[in-house]
Design a protein around this ligand. Structure first.
Ligand SMILES: C[S@@+](CC[C@H](N)C(=O)[O-])C[C@H]1O[C@@H](n2cnc3c(N)ncnc32)[C@H](O)[C@@H]1O
Length: 267
């Protein structure tokens, strides 16, 4: 039996750049992690969509940010989890600053950037440095954080005084102090137990925190790159309605199987 107060769930087969069947201005919060440009794990997927270089990969992602803007209510928030990439191209080793490309795209689409969060990825190899040894100046900093880029769709949302759903979503002072700081070093639990090491799932603590920070009970949370559904399961557990969009049939099958086992009602 599902606990009282859980939200409803909708799983949509389709493209993040199209968001089929999701009406304009119907989503309060988007928490998502897209495929990362210039990270080898995603090369095949970008290539299948006709994107072979950094610019065209980000052009594809920009379609998703455009659709996200239209799905959000005025004042709704988009949170994009993304990491930069390190990769040699034509013999030159470079940092590919995915976070700045996403900021540029979203700003040009009319989103407004809010202060972002850097979260430190848990590692079981704390002494492993990717840099090149102990002699200056040719070592480089280990890439061990990811960005949570936060964008608002227009002006602040307005609420009537003492709005009940908002009051019911209040967080404690200790939570506020920890969550609204710019560097998160306490994210544990790494990956979901999907048995698939290539799932690129983020730790459930990421969407859990963001959903409590940026949405109210009863509102709608969307993940247009749903993957294993980490955002969806957290949203439903926290009393929000969740919509997941995914274009990979294997992932969709997994999402539907989990949803069916849990008995989440559709909406
Ligand atoms: C980084 S993973 C998301 C992981 C997710 N946050 C989780 O915790 O499981 C990106 C997902 O986006 C899906 N995807 C890639 N391109 C897509 C597109 N154009 N439309 C919808 N889904 C897409 C991939 O199949 C993959 O499951």
């Amino acid at each position: 039996m599902r606990p009282a107060g859980e939200g409803r769930l909708r799983i949509v087969a389709g493209e993040a750049g199209e968001l089929p069947g999701i009406p304009p201005a119907s989503v309060h919060l988007i928490v998502t992690s897209p495929p990362y440009p210039m990270v080898a794990l995603w090369d095949e997927m970008f290539a299948a969509a006709g994107a072979h270089d950094y610019a065209s990969m980000h052009a594809l992602l920009t379609n998703a940010w455009r659709a996200a803007r239209s799905a959000l209510v005025p004042g709704g928030l988009l949170v994009v989890n993304i990491g930069d990439a390190l990769r040699s191209v034509d013999g030159e080793f470079r940092l590919w600053p995915n976070h700045s490309a996403v900021v540029d795209s979203c700003e040009s689409l009319g989103f407004r950037s809010l202060p972002y969060v850097l979260w430190k990825k848990p590692t079981n190899k704390p002494n492993a440095f990717l840099g090149s040894g102990f002699l200056p100046p040719n070592a480089y900093v280990t890439l061990d954080c990811e960005f949570l880029l936060i964008f608002r769709n227009g002006k602040l949302r307005a609420f009537p005084p003492h709005d009940r759903a908002r009051e019911a979503s209040r967080f404690a002072k200790a939570e506020r102090d920890r969550w609204f700081s710019q560097v998160w070093t306490d994210i544990r639990g790494a990956r979901q137990a999907t048995g698939d090491r290539r799932s690129a799932a983020f730790p459930p603590a990421i969407p859990e925190r963001l959903i409590r920070m940026f949405s109210c009970v009863g509102e709608t949370v969307l993940d247009p790159f749903a993957g294993t559904g980490t955002t969806l399961w957290e949203a439903v557990r926290l009393g929000r309605n969740a919509i997941g969009v995914e274009n990979d049939p294997r992932r969709l099958e997994h999402l539907r199987a989990v949803a069916e086992r849990a008995g989440y009602p559709d909406f």
